[in-house]
Design a protein around this ligand. Structure first.
Ligand code: PEP
Length: 249
């Protein structure tokens, strides 16, 4: 059965308390527009998780962008999945390419973080994706499938894990792969999940991320094995994010 789609916003290091207005505006769009046949998620910076979760409009889930592998302890500046669950997060993104690049996170660490998310009963969004040099060298599927194999925990199920394919060169650049290229990678990820998890592999949501905007969302979301979007820049404005959700109305 085709999984229910998810449109997730990753606010990265953007957003102040005043951003609550954008969350409310998104709630109004969802309430006033035709019903969207997808889940909707906003992952603000840590400082906003608790207030957003407390004030989330109906139909909007709140998540976080990273977590530590441990529950608690001497890890200055870090935050645990347990703390994020306590603050009201339902999802946690792990292995975003900005964390892999800026913080040297490898797939083994990403997998350990995803396991920490699952242990709290939350859903992990596990990010994978190739760099431009890797794509140019014809290594896209090797890199992406290698990351999927090493980053997705053995305990993953369609309910507790989402995979996000985000070509690094498409993030924040305004460039996207062709729909055919997206479909090829997503179908390969689907195959790897079915090989590993059996029939359950068909139930995992595989999101596409990288310069998704209202003008390209419909064609990208219609590609084979694309079950939603992980959206950076265009998730910051409720009107733009709602325009992407339109792909599911
Ligand atoms: C992201 O960073 O997850 C992302 C997809 O960013 P953008 O939509 O801005 O390319």
């Amino acid at each position: 059965m085709k999984p229910t789609a998810l449109v997730a916003g990753n606010w990265k290091m953007n957003g102040l308390a005043s951003s609550q207005a954008e969350l409310e505006a998104l709630g109004n769009y969802l309430r006033d527009g035709d019903t969207a046949d997808c889940g909707v998620l906003i992952c603000p910076p840590f400082t906003l998780v608790a207030s957003f979760a407390a004030n989330a409009p109906e139909g909007v889930a709140i998540g976080a962008q990273d977590c530590h592998t441990n529950k608690s302890g001497a890890h200055t500046g870090d935050i645990s999945a347990e703390m994020l669950r306590d603050a009201g997060a339902a999802f946690i993104i792990v292995g975003h390419s900005e964390r892999r690049a800026d913080h040297g996170e490898d797939s083994a660490l990403v997998c350990a973080k995803a396991e920490a998310v699952l242990a709290e009963g939350l859903t992990a969004i596990v990010c994978v994706g190739e760099t431009e040099a890797e794509r140019d060298a014809g290594k896209t599927l090797d890199i992406v499938l290698g990351q999927v194999a090493a980053s997705v925990p053995a305990e993953s199920t369609p309910e507790n894990t989402v995979v996000a394919y985000e070509p690094v060169w498409a993030i924040g650049t305004g460039r996207t792969p062709t729909v055919e290229d997206v479909a090829e990678v997503h179908t390969a990820i689907r195959g790897a999940l079915v090989e590993r998890f059996g029939e359950a592999g068909n139930g995992f949501r595989i999101l596409y991320g990288g310069s998704v905007k209202p003008s390209n969302a419909s064609e990208l979301m219609a590609a084979d094995n694309v079950n939603g979007a992980l959206v950076g820049g265009a998730s910051l404005k409720a009107a733009d994010f709602n325009g992407i959700i339109d792909a599911y109305r």
